[in-house]
Design a protein around this ligand. Structure first.
Ligand SMILES: NC(=O)c1ccc[n+]([C@@H]2O[C@H](COP(=O)([O-])OP(=O)(O)OC[C@H]3O[C@@H](n4cnc5c(N)ncnc54)[C@H](O)[C@@H]3O)[C@@H](O)[C@H]2O)c1
Length: 272
């Protein structure tokens, strides 16, 4: 109920977003840079920090800025989130937003351990087009352990006429991000499997795809390129994460396991 009240107040425009915010970004890799780019496009001041200073235009040595921040976005690999967030909380920082693809349950446990409310705001970009995708998200997802920070609602307010802003509890948000990546991996695998059969019997896979796309229930994702499997930094890693998470809660993950085995074969990789 409290969450709903905050959402309504966002919609009514009671949150002041006109002022410039100070945005801290921890980890200026792909997701960090994309987040910095979005914050800049809204006119905010951006302070980026990375243990491995790179040529990111948003890198600043924040340890020397001595500033407080309206929001801190954590954009590091998920295995580092616990350490980074614990350190930030130890320094007295609040309004921490985790953008990493964390295993469901991670942020709730971290919030309880650190005795602080946290938000999860997963990123849905594609690696090849990450900056454009960051500015035009398909939707914005905000998972919260308590109520969403006013500053985070305000941060996304400029997008509210262009895309849906969805509020959930934090574990739903973690599960949604993991599910989306595994849904995409499943579609790619499905088309690779169909492609194998089509090639064997001399049927053109794309013709089959074109025919069935006349049914509105069919998504075009994964139609092409056929035969290559899925790769990149996220889909293979998130498949392993989902299998491991599902097993840990006692589920039979044989469907997703088969996808991993099939993908390893079509990509000519050694099994992991
Ligand atoms: N790459 C993508 O397309 C994508 C898309 C959506 C979500 N994600 C998720 O977002 C997270 C980050 O992914 P990425 O692709 O941006 O990773 P990345 O490796 O490009 O960037 C992470 C950065 O964090 C830095 N870092 C590590 N420890 C740090 C610390 N203690 N303090 C400051 N900086 C530190 C690293 O040096 C690195 O530059 C992952 O969980 C990933 O699954 C990635």
């Amino acid at each position: 109920m409290r969450i709903v009240m905050v959402i309504i107040s966002c919609i009514k425009g009671e949150i002041n977003v006109e002022r410039t915010m100070r945005i801290q970004i921890i980890g200026t890799g792909i997701v960090g840079e994309a987040t910095a780019c979005l914050a800049k496009s809204f006119g905010h001041e951006v302070y980026g920090y990375d243990i491995n200073p790179r040529q990111s235009p948003y890198y600043t040595n924040i340890s020397s800025t001595g500033k407080s921040y309206d929001l801190t976005f954590v954009c590091v690999n998920e295995t580092l989130v616990d350490g980074v967030v614990s350190e930030l909380v130890g320094k007295g920082m609040s309004n921490i937003v985790i953008r990493s693809t964390t295993r469901p349950g991670t942020i709730k446990a971290l919030s309880e351990k650190c005795k602080v409310s946290l938000c999860h705001n997963p990123e849905f970009l594609r690696e090849k087009t990450y900056l454009v995708d960051a500015l035009t998200p398909p939707f914005v997802l905000i998972g919260t352990t308590d109520i969403p920070y006013k500053s985070l609602c305000g941060f996304y307010r400029p997008l509210q006429d262009r895309c849906k802003i969805i509020y959930t509890d934090v574990t739903t948000s973690e599960m949604a991000k993991l599910t989306l990546n595994n849904y995409l991996a499943t579609l790619i695998t499905f088309w690779n499997q169909i492609n194998e059969v089509c090639k064997t019997v001399g049927v053109d896979t794309e013709s089959v795809a074109r025919v069935i796309s006349n049914d509105s229930r069919v998504s075009s994702y994964g139609f092409t390129p056929c035969g290559e499997g899925f790769g990149g930094k996220c889909l293979p890693k998130d498949l392993v994460q989902l299998i491991d998470y599902g097993r840990s809660v006692g589920c039979n993950m044989s469907v997703m396991e088969s996808i991993g085995i099939f993908n390893t074969r079509v990509r000519g990789l050694r099994p992991v």
